[in-house]
Design a protein around this ligand. Sequence first.
Ligand SMILES: Nc1ncnc2c1ncn2[C@@H]1O[C@H](COP(=O)(O)OP(=O)(O)O)[C@@H](O)[C@H]1O
Ligand SMILES: [Mg+2]
Length: 590
Amino acid sequence: MTIKVGEVISVSGIKVTLRIDEDSSRETMFFNGEKYKGVSIREFLSIQRGFRNIVCIVEGEYLDESRVDTVDGKVSYIRKVDARPIGYFENNKFFEGIKFLPMIKDPAALLPEGDIVAIFSRGVQSDFVIGKMLKEDIPISLPWHKLFNSHMGIFGNTGSGKSNTLTKIFTVLFEKKSAVMVGKSKFIFLDFNGEYTGNQFVDAAQKTIMNLVSLNDPVDQFPLSDSEFWDADTFSILFQATPNTQKPFLSRLVTGRRRFLDRPNSLHNYVKSIFRKIFSAASPKAETLELALRIAALIGSQPLAALLSTVNYNRQTASFFIAPRSYFGADGATYDEHLLPLVNAIDLGQLDSFDELILRAHLQLCRDLIAGYVQFEYIQPLLKRIEASLTNLRKVLTVENAPAEERLLTVISMRRCHSDVKKILPLLIAKHFYNAHKRDAENPPTRTIHLVIDEAHNILSQQSAREHESWRDYRLDLFEEIIKEGRKFGVFLTVSSQRPADISPTVISQLHNFFIHRLVNDRDLFLINNTISTLDNVSKGMIPTLGRGACVVTGTAFDIPMVLQINMLERERQPDSEDVDLQRIWANDQ
Ligand SMILES: Nc1ncnc2c1ncn2[C@@H]1O[C@H](COP(=O)(O)OP(=O)(O)O)[C@@H](O)[C@H]1O
Ligand SMILES: [Mg+2]
């Protein structure tokens, strides 16, 4: 049984116009125990065409004033609606796409609620519900198997409900699937605001929470393996090396270390050989004295530092001397007499990887200067940067080879990190998981990694004028690679952002599924308009006016865009939002 509400009066292209009988303009009606929605915008109509029912979505409604019927002297207008076919029912099964078009005089009927569920939950057996259809108020089950093997984007202005949506999606996933995912999948949440360090997602036993702090005393450290840390790419990222001169310098440093790593006392021998080079070079370089002094300080050798401070450089003869006139010659005699005993006595016992890096960078620069490979001015800023960055980085990183305990979920909070650390860390973390996973991936992948980044504009934004041009590239390069290639290896990205327009277009255009909350900025809307091909005009038009927690859901996992009101999570599972509760702070304490 159906309720006939009108008939087709024109079909032009894929635009169908129907004349609607006047009495069917109520909001909701019941018929034979089924609930129906009246004819209005974004509602669905079913047009009977032979043994198929073509489903159309209503996109416009108007009165036709030119055709006034006068019955019994009363004036009545003809109500018309424009509709667009989205698919059809055949044998009670819904098929998506415009394969059949209605013809004039075909009768149109309201679609019972059950059929609407059939359209939007099509092919979804499981019960994966994160919300209800905004208008129809019907819970809809999402196709999780198509959603979690894709890259997802969650967009919306601040306070529009992104964090709640993100948390809800993964909370429902873990509720349904966490038991079968252990050992097969890993979820990494990059949390810039410390919103997910409480009871979110799963119970404490199933997750690792890392609280990385660089602003105050350190709490947790992210573990990098020795080979991961001693890597020219890692260093280039960490210290924003320029590709032309500084990165090759770092490569030489890393290969040099590797070559002698298995020899006993290799670092001490390196120090000895460089000091001898500095003070017995055929044409000594003034800057190497400065570097030698710094090295003595780094090592903590007072006697060496004291002696070096008495060494001078004679610009005329281009040579080092100890006042008044003990010149260092290429034969090394002066070196052997004054410096060698002190250099031999150096104790490098307590250097950690970070100090070792600073030391090696200074030694490498001395070596390269003497060999005439580099200009001091090009490399020295890098050394300064290494020392400055490591002050903060050593609070949040460790270099160790113990394999970390693997839990289903890792939440990494960077809330109390310096902003430069917030930019670098996610990159290292993503690289850490991505490279290891890629190395071990089978074909087809049997394990997956899901990297979730809330407030992703922190790291994926394209325009950050403060940054060095070449540094920005490493960051985007990695994420663009993950988003382009990751799917092959089972690496999936979920990004959430309040400013999609600021995020690299390469990243946005490779996302597959979208949850779009309220966005009002023109640039964001323009971008959404131009990059998301699965979005239709009606849904698009709703984006600026969506209420809290309401979002347009579209993408490859969904046949047809839909507007969902996401369910609010129970209190203890909600993200810890940054909202300041002034009513509480300014409460009248009585
Ligand atoms: N689905 C929802 N239904 C009702 N209220 C919501 C919903 N999602 C979020 N909110 C409310 O909106 C506020 C902001 O939500 P949040 O998820 O932190 O937004 P965003 O991450 O976009 O800034 C929250 O404090 C919450 O109370
Ligand atoms: Mg948020």
